[in-house]
Design a protein around this ligand. Structure first.
Ligand code: ZN
Length: 603
């Protein structure tokens, strides 16, 4: 069984070779399109009633309740009617999102100019919060008390930069103008038609009317040509008030449910490194939004949980557990509690296809080392960017950001094997979470209530064991790549404090020094930027794709892009987003069959 999986892995994991560098050039290919032809009955707006989610208690499983799609409306015939329509659809989106509390993550890198590599990270910053879109844009942050860091990073500029790095600033960018996006406050000018991915769009320039107030949207919107939803916003806010600064943004939406395009990615960038430029601020930031389908305040829907099924307990033990069996049951209970709680807090992807890939790698290590554990090892993906792994019971958790930056399968094996070593050595953490009162906390306080950091002695023992396991595995001949990754990480570690600050497990690096698996760091060739085929680490966002509605994670399929200079490598860096837009129900956004995700953990 296991051997079979091992055989399969070779083909399964081809997608993990180091080619996926950057969201491929699915760039805006502007093409003339012939839409807008449908003659409309009347331009009258009997349109799109935004439907809110049914908060009505219902015996049906409410977990995946989706907002009803807006009603069909007559096709507009003039550009003015198109404007009216997308203004109305925007209001519909704002209304639909009022019942939603998505997770919003911003990872920001302040830049400095390197003569050889161009702008590179100087230091970084990380925000994670939960938005409440009910009346205004409000948010609660998972990471608190960041003040000292702010001062440390921004030095003398803290006053000027204060407003700009308010996490709320990044949250605004999901809408053009939450309150007054209309003809009274804005001029709309049709520009052209353009394809974004598979979706035909109409492009409009948007300018605030004179004296319409501060902080109005100034830029461009792309509007899809079927229901006239805005799918992309690009620009800034103007005029800027005194002592505040609005940065530029490129904000993308995805059609994840029928009739609505929900905000998913925002890229921000400032800085001018041309000769003589006086711009003091330079940064790149990626903002990701997910968890639209999470329950507000982490409340579980009692009606589905209290569902009484005529299910028998068919567990094999018909008698009381032996002491050792009881101990294992106890750990399993803690493990299930934690996994379920992290998923409910919007931090863990539901079980999915990506886990199968991770599990195959773990299997490869287990089979070649004759590891036979009483319970199978499971893997799950943490949805956040910081580079992090931890394990609870027999579940290994690895962050999206870490999977993104690992250059190949052997490096992925390195990251997973450290945690497997903890499991093999019996370094079980977290059994206290078998008590359910310890699961009762608000989602935003997850990091204060859960933690899986090992003592240094266990870390060293796990590293030592991991090296033994790797050297006796299919990855033994490829540990040079692991060494290269660790070298690349060490080179950037002093500048990437936020990316390397873990929130649940042990960090890969502390105080700018990589400490994970240091025995392998000397392995392999020296880092050489001039070698274009030497890819030691990837940029963020190159591998894992999250569905912002249901949090499912999958591998990105990007066409390889040739690297033409050392500047193209961008290890651990943030880049703009260019998602390939598709309509709901076509391609990968198609509703996936319901899986038995988490079925082991409830009941
Ligand atoms: Zn560890």
């Amino acid at each position: 069984m296991r051997t079979l999986n091992w055989m399969v892995s070779a083909t399964l994991l081809l997608s993990l070779s180091a080619v996926a560098q950057q969201p491929a050039d699915s760039q805006t290919t502007s093409q003339p399109a012939t839409t807008m032809s449908a003659p409309a009955a009347t331009p009258d707006q009997t349109t799109a009633q935004p439907a809110t989610t049914s908060q009505v208690p219902s015996p049906a499983p409410a977990a995946n309740a989706q907002p009803a799609p807006p009603q069909a409306a007559p096709q507009p015939t003039t550009m003015d009617q198109v404007v009216d329509r997308f203004v109305m659809r925007e209001k519909g989106l704002i209304k639909m999102l009022q019942t939603r509390t998505p997770v919003i993550e911003t990872y920001l890198q302040n830049l400095t100019l390197d003569p050889a590599l161009g702008p590179i990270p100087q230091n970084d910053k990380y925000f994670l919060g939960r938005m409440d879109l009910s009346t205004t844009i409000d948010r609660k942050d998972y990471i608190k008390d960041d003040q000292s860091m702010e001062k440390h990073l921004l030095g003398g500029f803290s006053k000027l930069f204060k407003v700009q790095y308010q996490p709320l600033g990044f949250s605004w960018m999901i809408f053009a103008d939450r309150n007054d996006f209309d003809r009274q406050h804005y001029d709309f000018r049709y520009v052209r038609r353009e394809f974004l991915g598979d979706v035909r769009t109409l492009v409009f320039d948007v300018t605030p009317k004179p004296k319409s107030g501060q902080g109005r949207f100034l830029g461009r919107v792309w509007v899809e040509d079927q229901d006239y939803n805005i799918v992309r916003l690009n620009g800034t806010y103007a005029p800027r008030p005194r002592n505040a600064y609005f940065f530029h943004m490129d904000s993308w939406r995805l059609n994840l449910i029928p009739g609505y395009w929900v905000p998913a990615f925002i890229y921000s960038e400032e800085g001018d490194f041309s000769a003589g430029a006086k711009n003091q601020m330079a940064f790149k930031a990626q903002t990701r939004i997910w968890g639209y389908d999470l329950k507000k305040d982490g409340a579980s829907d009692e009606l589905t949980n209290i569902r009484v099924d005529s299910v028998q307990d068919d567990s094999p033990t018909a008698q009381d557990a032996s002491p050792l069996a009881a101990e294992r049951e106890w750990q399993q209970q803690a493990e299930d509690n934690v996994v379920e709680r992290l998923q409910r807090a919007g931090l863990l992807a539901p079980e999915g296809d990506l886990d199968k890939i991770l599990q195959t790698v773990v299997n490869n290590i287990e089979v070649t080392n004759n590891i036979d554990l009483p319970r199978p090892v499971r893997t799950r993906v943490l949805l956040t960017s910081p580079l992090e792994t931890f394990s609870v019971g027999n579940t290994i958790v690895i962050s999206r950001g870490l999977i993104d930056t690992l250059p190949d399968e052997s490096s992925l094996a390195m990251a997973l094997t450290h945690e497997l070593a903890h499991i093999v050595l019996g370094h079980n953490l977290g059994s206290k979470y078998a008590f359910n009162d310890r699961m009762l906390f608000s989602d935003e306080s997850t990091y204060e209530n859960l933690g899986f950091k090992h003592i240094p002695e266990e870390e060293q023992a796990a590293d030592k064991k991991a090296v033994d396991l790797l050297k006796n595995s299919p990855y033994a001949q490829k540990l040079d790549n692991v060494g290269l990754f660790l070298k690349a990480l060490q080179l950037r570690a002093p500048q990437l404090n936020a990316l390397l600050t873990t929130h649940l497990g042990n960090p890969l690096a502390e105080n700018g020094t990589v400490n994970r698996l240091s025995a392998l760091a000397t392995q392999g060739p020296a880092l050489d930027n001039s070698k274009l085929d030497q890819i030691a680490a990837l940029p963020l966002g190159g591998r894992v794709k999250i569905n912002p509605w249901d949090d499912k994670a999958e591998m990105v399929k990007t066409a390889p892009v040739a690297i033409t200079s050392a500047r193209d490598k961008m290890p651990f860096e943030v880049t703009p987003f260019f998602p390939r837009l598709i309509r709901y129900g076509t391609g990968v956004n198609a509703p996936a069959p319901t899986t038995a995700a988490n079925s082991g953990s409830d009941n």
